[in-house]
Design a protein around this ligand. Structure first.
Ligand SMILES: Cc1cc2nc3c(=O)[nH]c(=O)nc-3n(C[C@H](O)[C@H](O)[C@H](O)COP(=O)(O)OP(=O)(O)OC[C@H]3O[C@@H](n4cnc5c(N)ncnc54)[C@H](O)[C@@H]3O)c2cc1C
Length: 371
């Protein structure tokens, strides 16, 4: 087995630019792939971190409803969580919220003790080491540029040469639609990159957050809203924002990719999405442009937070699949081409679910390729 990786290190993209949260499976519609693979994935991820000594912690999380108008959605989250088999869920009154998170405030909350944090970049490095020691290879700096289907094999043209293989699994994150198309799949869905910028609490203000504090998310969007999360390094992150990015690796907003931008703007789904969510888009532009507005979003449930408590951190780019009709694909999505399988949509909780996604793809490969 050989992994062809385009960058000079593993986990250079989403896997090392995220909130680092092990999700317990609260948000996802019962019966969805996300619900099932997140539940299976969190157990496998805790087990792997323990076995390989990767930093992690079952720190628990509190979802905070800040007004009566959010109570119905909080109830729906609790219902989904229970239907998905999330253990230990507990409703909180304002006093219960304060007991767990003394600086958070809301009219009601939901506590998930199984939710945790992990160093996902370290998980990826450990996996690469495991693969190498089992006789496999990880070829860095070997981005795949072309896929040719031959009668008995696939020929992959990459940055360092060519490789012939019986079968391939494509898991290319923000570039997954391009890889799938190169292998003969339809263009729908397209990946539209959503940039998520983070702030971090200044070290002397980290005590504002004990574990993980989340808002009640907007059910129309696949994003969870600006949250405050403790990282395994001890840092506390505030974020992320969610704004369409000018490039698939536009970690800095100034780093636009003309090809990526063209692809996003030429996709009919982008315009349909923008027509539908222009109000949300305007709020996100405000968060991206003004630290005060960004902090105000988090201050709704941590009232003591002020712009002086934070400093800029990093940004991640979500690989979010967008259908031609303008709908954001909520669930994980996979597809098949000749001799290949493709992961077409693996946004959050994709890191939590990684091992379960891998098993799902491996099972599918056994069936599809008669292995
Ligand atoms: C801001 C943000 C916050 C998130 N928070 C969480 C969270 O708290 N918990 C959670 O579970 N999930 C979270 N996620 C989602 C999670 O990070 C992703 O689901 C997960 O990392 C996806 O892994 P991946 O391997 O599919 O993609 P990636 O980590 O992006 O990896 C794709 C890889 O493919 C390589 N590649 C691309 N094109 C080619 C090519 N042509 N040839 C060879 N290699 C190629 C890339 O270099 C990269 O290494 C978050 C994501 C973001 C962006």
């Amino acid at each position: 087995m050989c992994v062809l990786e385009r960058e000079e290190r593993v986990s250079a993209h989403q896997t090392s630019h995220n909130s680092g949260v092990l999700h317990a499976g609260i948000y996802y519609p019962p019966g969805s792939l996300k619900a099932r693979l997140c539940r299976e994935g969190i157990a496998a991820m805790y087990e792997f971190c323990e076995r390989r000594g990767v930093a992690h912690e079952r720190c628990g999380k509190v979802i905070v409803a800040t007004g009566e108008n959010e109570l119905e959605r909080l109830e729906e989250l609790e219902r989904r969580g229970r239907a998905n088999g999330v253990p230990g869920l507990r409703r909180l009154d304002p006093g219960g919220i304060r007991e767990l998170e003394p600086h958070a405030a809301g009219v009601a909350g939901l506590h998930s003790p199984e939710t945790g944090i992990a160093d996902f970049a370290a998980v990826a490095r450990e996996l690469a080491a495991e693969l190498r020691s089992a006789g496999g290879a990880v070829a860095l700096g070997s981005g795949v540029e072309g896929v040719e289907v031959r009668p008995r094999a696939l020929r992959l043209r990459h940055a360092r040469g060519e490789l012939e293989t019986g079968h391939a699994l494509f898991c290319a994150g923000a570039w997954s639609d391009r890889m799938a198309r190169a292998a003969g799949a339809p263009a729908d869905p397209r990946i539209v990159p959503f940039r998520g910028a983070y702030l971090r609490l200044r070290p002397e203000r980290r005590e504002l957050v004990h574990s993980l504090i989340y808002p009640v998310p907007d059910p129309a969007l696949p994003f969870l809203g600006i949250h405050l999360t403790r990282h395994t390094s001890g840092e506390v992150l505030v974020g992320p924002t969610a704004l369409i990015a000018p490039g698939r690796d536009a970690y800095r907003l100034t780093r636009a990719g003309p090809r990526d931008l063209g692809a996003t703007l030429a996709w009919p789904g982008t315009w349909r999405l923008m027509r539908r969510f222009w109000r949300t888009g305007a709020t996100e532009v405000r968060h991206a442009a003004s630290r005060r507005a960004f902090v105000a979003a988090a201050r709704r449930y941590v009232p003591e937070l002020s712009p002086a408590d934070v400093e800029p951190a990093f940004a991640g780019i979500r690989a979010q699949a967008l259908a031609r009709d303008g709908s954001l694909l909520d669930d994980f999505a996979f597809s098949r081409t000749e001799r290949a399988l493709h992961v077409r949509n693996a946004p959050s909780p994709g890191a939590t679910s990684a091992f379960a996604i891998a098993r799902h793809v491996a099972d599918e490969a056994e069936r599809a390729f008669d292995l």
